[in-house]
Design a protein around this ligand. Sequence first.
Ligand code: NAP
Length: 270
Amino acid sequence: MVLFTRAIVTGGSSGIGAGLVKVLLKAGVEVISLSRTETDFSAQEKAGNLWQISCDITNEEQLAAAFEKISEKWDYCDLLFSNAGFGISGTVVATQKSQMIKQFDVNFFSAVSVIQSCLPLLRQAKDPRIVITSSVAGEISIPYQAFYSASKASLNMLALALNTELAADKIKTIAVMPGDCRTAFTDNREKNSETWACYEKSEERSISKMEKDERSGYAAEYVAGQLFHYAGKRHPKALYGVGLSYRLLLAAYKIFPIRLTRWFVSKMYG
Ligand SMILES: NC(=O)c1ccc[n+]([C@@H]2O[C@H](COP(=O)([O-])OP(=O)(O)OC[C@H]3O[C@@H](n4cnc5c(N)ncnc54)[C@H](OP(=O)(O)O)[C@@H]3O)[C@@H](O)[C@H]2O)c1
């Protein structure tokens, strides 16, 4: 396993990100967390191992100011967890362009901005890693969450390209695809209140099934532990699933004919 000393986490205030903060601190890693709100990790903060910076990653000025502060304190960072994100739901036909843009702004464009901002610090580290919280939905497109799925698929593509582009700097990028996980993500989902009457019932059924699955999903601490585990692999792959059942699901999705796998998705969330 690779040993890390300094990590930046986006979305460390809640859910998987808060789990990551705890896992990293326990492993003796110094952590800087970027999110709009702060969480009470007081004991660790007092010990000087955690610094929470209030920052909306979609705001270019706030992000630049955050990395200016970080660069005054740190001359390298060996681990970046690009984890902040949220989900929208609704039919493709009734989704406004502004909602699509917001989804991509938080989940994809700002993840790119964070990686760009962090690159000078990562380049100074010995064996640096970028770990992106993607989703099973990035491989298996979920109906009524097409734009969330598309934003996560984009992150997978980003991770694959970065591994080639940053190879000379020995920076490895890993996109980790969790499945259902019990976090505030479910309550924070922005549901489109507008829909076409003909799709209303199936949309409602699909989203409430998804919400039920999320609420009985993995604990955030388990997913965070897996993210850290993959980060520390000496020769990591670019893409990972989390948990045996989701890893099998992702493998099956690749092997079986698309007609069959999409039939299965329609049965679950159609
Ligand atoms: N829960 C699941 O079932 C699941 C499954 C697969 C993947 N994921 C992914 O896991 C990641 C973490 O989600 P979670 O489940 O832990 O949900 P969560 O508890 O709602 O956490 C989301 C985090 O993202 C931060 N965030 C959101 N917008 C931000 C912004 N504009 N600027 C800065 N920080 C922002 C939030 O912090 P503030 O509100 O304080 O800004 C919060 O810390 C997301 O990328 C999500 O897509 C979740």
